[in-house]
Design a protein around this ligand. Structure first.
Ligand code: LR7
Ligand code: MN
Length: 574
């Protein structure tokens, strides 16, 4: 499939002819989209004739930053160099440094010392710099930057890095979306600062949207054929934009993200990165960085190591997408709150519904990676991932659910998202895993949730903790009552048979429950789907019911013995 995609020569659509999709993005809670500015379809608000970029270096009083033109390469942080604070700081300075860390979870004090227009090293390989690397006629883009209580200097540096290091004619607008910040510097001072920057527009969300809906709020007012999203603490490197737009110009179903450099959260050093890491995910549905798979390298080396690389997922904050394709995909699920999972959602959608996702090694954009978020994330922290799993993961969702103990919580209604997937006639998750992310390990052991029923005589006995929620006591058998409680078990792919924190355990004597220790050993079981055995791994015995149907024991496995056969509720193979 990879090869076929590679060879598929899909040409850029004429952007002028692509349909303008005016419908609401799919999903819930779109009422916020009705309020605020109307840039996108209103010429009254967006007068294209007055758009001209003003990149005059400006020094704003709220920041101690200086312009590089006045102080040169030795100023703090120029050329992406690290800034180290002196060891002997005054008490006041220490206090200011601490406060900066508390408010941002990065070193704001250092950031404020650095010019908002600092220079960066050009990390690009020479191959990237050749002028014929990209098409001559590239589509324009709107750059959408959402922020919630971002520091002044990091936000301004993000915007200036776009203005200073992008070809002017390719930037239609820079749309700043204030996601209901309460920091004073983000209010009037920001309006005043950008007043003379005709390309920069500030939209204010009437209430907190979370980054997903804030992005849609911004996208709503975009007019260019390409949407480029950036986090509010980025720095674009020289030549970052052209290779992104190039891929979209060649095929509007290609979604791209840059080679993300690290801006150190303490020193603000702009650091080279491992150019070969791309996006993956794990069964917590968390984004992970993975090495570029071998097959991609094979393709790349045949061309050049700086060629675009197919990527199973994207990190989410920095990417470019055709506006038409974004809308075709139903944008984001607007039921996703505050933070998280939208990057995987868009990645899965892109691959499963006819597009492709690429990391572009030639495009360098720095991002401040921080340990935690400085703001609170939703109360049901699994909500976004559960929505994702419900809509896109098919039968693979259980591998995630096991990790959250099947405690899905309130995740709202996903009917509109399921309908969207149907309407777009998307591929299955199995197709995605097999073709796009074959490296992902699929958990081998079965996963089940609910009763564990013995199939011997009458098949009406279930594994039951007998109310003995205490370590070390034998597990019993009771008539199946279908009411969960004492008969509720999870068989995990790690091989545990769990009741809460207790695990089915066999140490040579009785089959007991014992606090789960996660070390396999006496608690390691496999479910043999052919024979329906629950086999105890280290003893090789099978879980069984005595012939009189009263006791639980283990015995030499015997495929003829119905007393050794078990039915695990909600167990199913992918
Ligand atoms: O309620 C909010 N409203 C917002 O507008 C919360 C946040 N935001 C803004 C915020 O100001 C920032 O600009 O949204 C952006 C992302 O929030 P961060 O920077 O606090 O989080 P993050 O860097 O950990 O975010 C990563 O994961 C998120 C999952 O929802 C988003 O996809 C982010 O865009 C993503 N960032 C990146 O992909 C940058 C590369 C790092 C990686 C991995
Ligand atoms: Mn970020």
């Amino acid at each position: 499939y990879y090869k076929r995609l590679r060879e598929m020569a899909v040409h850029a659509p004429d952007f002028a002819e692509t349909p303008n999709m005016n419908e609401e993005p799919g999903g819930e809670s779109t009422e916020f989209l009705e309020t605020g500015f109307r840039l996108r379809h209103s010429n009254a608000v967006l007068d294209k004739t007055v758009i001209a970029v003003d990149t005059t270096p400006q020094i704003f009083k709220a920041s101690s930053a200086q312009s590089p033109s006045t102080i040169g390469n030795n100023a703090p942080g120029e050329l992406g160099k690290p800034v180290h604070l002196p060891a002997n700081m005054t008490e006041n300075m220490k206090k200011a440094v601490d406060e900066g860390w508390q408010n941002n979870i990065f070193n704001q004090y250092v950031s404020d010392m650095i010019s908002v227009q600092r220079t960066l090293p050009d990390l690009r390989h020479d191959w990237c710099k050749q002028p014929d690397r990209h098409l001559r006629d590239l589509p324009k883009t709107d750059v959408i930057i959402c922020f919630h209580n971002e520091a002044w200097s990091t936000l301004l540096r993000t915007v200036h890095s776009v203005l200073n290091r992008s070809p002017e004619e390719l930037i239609e607008n820079i749309i700043l979306v204030d996601d209901f910040s309460d920091m004073a510097h983000l209010k009037e001072p920001l309006d005043i600062y950008f007043k003379r920057y005709t390309k920069v527009h500030i939209l204010r969300a009437p209430k907190r949207q979370g980054l997903i809906r804030a992005r849609l709020f911004g996208a709503r007012y975009a007019t260019a054929p390409v949407l480029t999203f950036l986090d509010s603490h980025c720095e674009c490197g020289e030549g970052w934009l052209e290779p992104l737009l190039d891929r979209i110009a060649r095929n509007y179903t290609t979604v791209v993200y840059p080679n993300i450099a690290i801006i150190d959260d303490e020193t603000f050093e702009y650091m080279t990165v491992d150019d070969t890491l791309i996006g993956g995910f794990d069964w917590d549905l968390a984004f992970t960085w993975i090495p570029t798979p071998k097959r991609e390298f094979e393709y790349q080396f045949a061309q050049h190591i700086m060629e675009p690389v197919y990527s199973p997922t994207m990190p989410g904050g920095l990417f470019a997408i055709s506006r038409v394709f974004f809308e075709h995909l139903g944008t984001y699920d607007t039921g996703l709150l505050i933070w998280g999972a939208e990057n995987l959602e868009l990645s899965f959608k892109t691959w499963m519904c006819g597009g492709s996702l690429e990391m572009i090694p030639c495009s360098y954009v720095g991002h401040i990676f921080r340990q935690t978020a400085p703001y609170n994330v939703a109360h049901n922290k699994h909500r976004n991932s559960v929505r994702l799993a419900e809509v896109w993961l098919d039968n693979y969702a259980k591998y995630f659910y096991y990790n959250i103990h099947f405690d899905k919580g309130d995740y709202g209604n996903v009917a509109s998202q399921i309908a969207l997937r149907k309407r777009l006639n998307c591929e299955s998750f199995q197709w995605y895993l097999q073709n796009i992310y074959p490296e992902l390990e699929i958990p081998q052991n079965p996963v089940s949730a609910g009763e564990i029923r013995n199939l011997g005589a009458g098949a009406n006995k279930c594994l039951d903790v007998n109310g003995r929620a205490m370590s070390g006591l034998p597990v019993g058998l009771w008539p199946c009552h279908g009411k969960e409680g004492n008969q509720h078990w999870f068989m995990t792919y790690a091989g545990e048979v769990r009741h809460g924190n207790y695990c089915l355990d066999y140490g040579g004597n009785f089959v007991i429950i014992f606090l789960c220790h996660g070390k396999k050993g006496n608690q390691d079981w496999t479910y043999d789907t052919a024979n329906r055995f629950l086999r105890h791994v280290i003893s090789t015995f099978c879980l069984a019911v005595s012939t009189n149907g009263e006791d639980l024991l283990v015995d030499i496995c015997d495929a003829e013995n119905m007393h050794q056969k078990w039915l695990l509720e909600k167990f199913d193979e992918p």
